[in-house]
Every structure is written in C-alpha cells, then in structure tokens.
Design a protein around this ligand. Sequence first.
Ligand SMILES: [Cu+2]
Length: 340
Amino acid sequence: MSLRRRDLFRFGGLGGIAGLAAGVLLPMKQRFGAKEPTRESAAGGSIDCAADAPATGTGVGYTEKYAPPNYLQAGSRDFLHTPPAWSARTTEPREVDLSVLETTLEVAGGMNMRVWAYGGSVPGPIVRATVGQRLRVRMGNRSGTPHSVHFHGSHDVQQDGLARVDGGADSLMEIEAGPVGLHPYHCHVPPYAWHLGKGMYGTLIVDPPEPRPAAHEFVLCLCGFDLDGDGRNEVYAWNGVAGYYARFPLKVPAGELVRLYVLNMVELDPVASFHLHAQTFDLYRSGTGSNPHEHTDVVTLGQTERAMLEFRLPRRGRYMFHPHQSRMAERGAMGWIVAV
Ligand SMILES: [Cu+2]
C-alpha cells in the first residue's frame, strides 16, 4: 500500500509508538567514573515539571498548542534520548535491527502523522559503537512502500544502503563504524524529503577506542512534520513529539558534565539551530575531533548536520533550549534542561 499525504489524516488511534527497539539496543546505564556523574544521578531521565511550571510566560504554555498528548508520562520516551552504554569493540560483527514499521505517531496532542519507523520509533533507535566495530544491519521492510537504510560516515561504498528494499523484503548490510563522531542514518528512497519527513532517520554514535570522560549524555534529534502535505512543516519536535521536553525537562545535577548529541533531521527547512540559555558550551562539529571548534551558545545546522556539545550548568535552575528559528521553537521544539 502506498500512502498519499492526504491519507495521513485518516489514520487515528494512539500515536505512542512503544519502544520496540528499546530492549534490544538501548541499555539505559552509562559509564561513569567515581566522582563525576554517578549512576544514580545520571539515569538519563526526564522529570515532570508540568505541575510546577508557570502557567504563562516561560512555562509549558510557551508551546500550549504543540504540547505532547496527555497519555505520555514522564520517562515514556526517555529511551529516545538515552544513548546505549559505551561498549568495547568486538571481533564479531554486532547485529543491529532497523526494521521498518508503518504506524501512527501523535506528534502533538490531537495531531496524528502516519510514519515509517525504524525499529518502531521516530526517531529510530540510537546505535552506538566503538570506532572500527563491524555492524551487521538488518532491515526488514514491514511497510507497503520501498525503503532503504543509508548511513553517513565512512564505510565500504558497496555497503552504502542505497538499494530499495520492497515491502515485505529484508536487507542485510555490513559496515565498519567510523569515523569517531555522530552520524545519522536515514532512508534514501526518492523523494527522500518525503521519507525523511515521515520519520525515517536515527542516530549512530561512534566512540573513540577509549571512552570519552563520563558525562550525562542525551541525544536530541530535531524532527519536522508536514501534516497537511503543503510542503511546509507545521510541527517541530526534539525526538519526535512536540513539547515533550517542555513538559518533561531533561534533568542533570548542577556542576556535572553534560554531553549532548544534536542532529538536524528536518526536511523542508534549509537550516535549524540549537540554542542554550544562560550557559555556553564547547562545540565539537560532527563530534569528530577531540578539541572544541568553538565556545558558544548557538550552533546552526543544515539538513543532516550534527554537533556534539559539552557544558556544565553551574547553578540550579531551568535552562531553556530551542532552535533559534522562532517558528520551530513556537511549534513544538522548545525544551528545558533542569539542573538540580
Ligand atoms: Cu523510506
């Protein structure tokens, strides 16, 4: 079955895509040293701040119309921002399943979008590997439309993931994770603006052989959704659901190292950005280098461009983050990091 954009509104039902891949790919614990973030303090979680948020002004009300559906609870989508634990390279290839499901995502309360979901979620599962790790990527296409899975980064050009995989068929590819950094994967079947607009992307984190310093780590993947097929996005979201981090801020202990992996996977808008309030950060473009390129409070990202950010929030409080494209911030992509 092929989907026309007009059909998007015909699919109702609950949009919450369960964390199908969570148990497979996303162990929740991270590596932490003795003094720096503790396992307890860095559960990678979010907290429910809706109750104590101001009714207007800087609270949840900033994106009232673009709030998450009420059935979503604190923590219900934490697996989408929590990277798997660092793991040493193994000689055998690691299995990664990025099978595609067709389902409905409620991208904001009352706004349903028919999506194609790697591993059952939008964005797809976070894949993490140490540089040089071979990854055997299986993609079973459980939708009615041809798809593919193509990784950014360096790999054998014969394993570039451009071949169409028909509905009902499976594909297998093997790549070596590299270089160190942060690389998206996505569908490359034309018109791929349409496929990406329907959620077909995810994150690959490639670690150096020795893990980076312990930190509270989060992946923030910016998504855009064109609900009515007019070629313009109406809803924007970090990790798939508008306003999720406005209602459930990321939580970190004050003073401890925070590392964000930020990706712009928005189609139809030429650029987006990530801006943090009240604190500046070290910017590692694409996460590929070991020295920061810049110390700033905003990074502008073209389509599929990404950045690794490191900072500490010295004082307790609520630090806002959002794209500095106000249309995006006002339509679902405003969030908070709370230092406690
Ligand atoms: Cu596709």
